[in-house]
Every structure is written in structure tokens, then in C-alpha cells.
Design a protein around this ligand. Sequence first.
Ligand SMILES: [Fe+2]
Ligand SMILES: [Fe+2]
Length: 271
Amino acid sequence: MEEKVDRGLIRGIEEFSAIPSIALNTMGLLNNPAITIKEIINQIKLDVALVAFILKNCNSFLFGLKQEVKSIEQAVSLLGFLRLKSILMSYFARNLYKMSGASEIKNILWKHSVAVAAFSQVIAPFFKISEDESYLCGLLHDIGKLVLLDFNEYGFKSIYEDNFNPYSIIIEKEKEFFGTSHTFVGFTLLDNWKFPKIFIDVVYLHHNYQDFKDLGYLQCVILANLMVYKYLDGIDLDLSKHLKGINIKEEQLDDIFQKGLENFNALKTVL
Ligand SMILES: [Fe+2]
Ligand SMILES: [Fe+2]
């Protein structure tokens, strides 16, 4: 753990880490090669809201299934493990943002995460990486902010209230106030939850723009994050320097934005 981190905040991270979740347990089951589909289905059925969420996602045009899916058995067999994992993770992330009472700021954070997820999914093919995983990296990238917000809402708001330049100073400001940053807190959480390394790297490094140019998922989420700030939030940012070494030309950005926006609007109907 980094220095100067408030004890209360460390407890906050531990409390978040201990969140019991059927979705998280089911994701763990999916990693066990000895597990049967019946066991997975039984686990999912423990959470009625999760069953409804899976069916809703399955029947949305996002998955492009030709027939209407009416049972969880049918859904699991049609989706396959990877897509099921992706839906479980979306459900898990959504619940984290909605738990312990809705608030305007949590809604803003959730909306931002869904937007970055939508844009990451659209950008992924340029990096030749998985669209599903990119989407999930986008959805989770700012998860550490939730812990900081829960720990000290006043402090969190005071850092984020002025429409900041999202990349230059925010990590510094967080370190000054909390003794740590949302990237480090998010990294610790995902590590405690034993998430795959790709996600941990993206969460930890997504405000670091100089290094790690070889990590496609990281570059993808960084660009998606910047596009959301520029195109959706209207922050004046020059993206050209972030396109260096990436197979995307500046004139393609408008088209990517349109596709990202469509994807964002579609995701909002199921998440
Ligand atoms: Fe961030
Ligand atoms: Fe972000």
C-alpha cells in the first residue's frame, strides 16, 4: 500500500473487496474447467435480478441472437462462457455503482464508465484486441473513484468540481487529498478480486500516457476516455498526440465518435 493512505480509506478498500456477489462467484466458477453448466446455472439462479439482467441482455440487439431467449438454460447455452462472463461482469460493475444509494455523482461516474466502455468496444478492432474485453476494461477503468467517493464525498467533489483537465492534475490532486489515487485504489480492488491482469493493468495505468505503448487494451481505454471527455463532455483536448503509433487517423475520429455514440445509446438501454 502506498504511503500516507488514510486508515479509514484502507478499511474502505477492504469493505469493497469483501462485497459478496453472486456475479463475482459465478465468474470464478467459469474459470474452473471442472465445473458443469448445471452448476453455473444453479449459481446464477440464486439471484433473480441477475437472471433478468442476463435475459434482457441476451434479447437486446447487442448480441444479435435470432430467437427470443426465455430461460436461463437457453441463454447460457447460446451465449457461451465468454459472453456470459462479459454480462456477469457488467452486472457486477453496474451493481457497484448503484449500491448504497443512488446519487447524482455516482450516476455521472456510471454514465462516464458506460460511455468509455462503448467507445473502447468501437476502437478495439484498430488495436486488434477483443471487443468484449475492451468494453469491460472501459466499464471498470475508474472503479477506484467509487471507493474514494464513498470514503469522503465532500473531498471527492472538491477535487472534481471544477471542470478539470482530466489528465494533467487529477492524480496529483487525489494524492494530495487522499494520499493515493483512484488508479491505485482500483488496482488494489481488482487485485483483491483476482481479476485478470489485463483489467488490473488498465485500471492502474490509464492516466499514464507516456509508457506502455505496447499494451493495446491500455491504449484503447486511454483513447476512449479522451474521446468521451472531448466529444461528450466538450472538454477542449488535442487528441493528435495520443494517436501517434496508433492505426487511427485524426480524420477517422468523427466516424468513430458516431459509432461510439450509437453503441453508448444501445448500452444505456440494457445497463
Ligand atoms: Fe481515471
Ligand atoms: Fe475515466
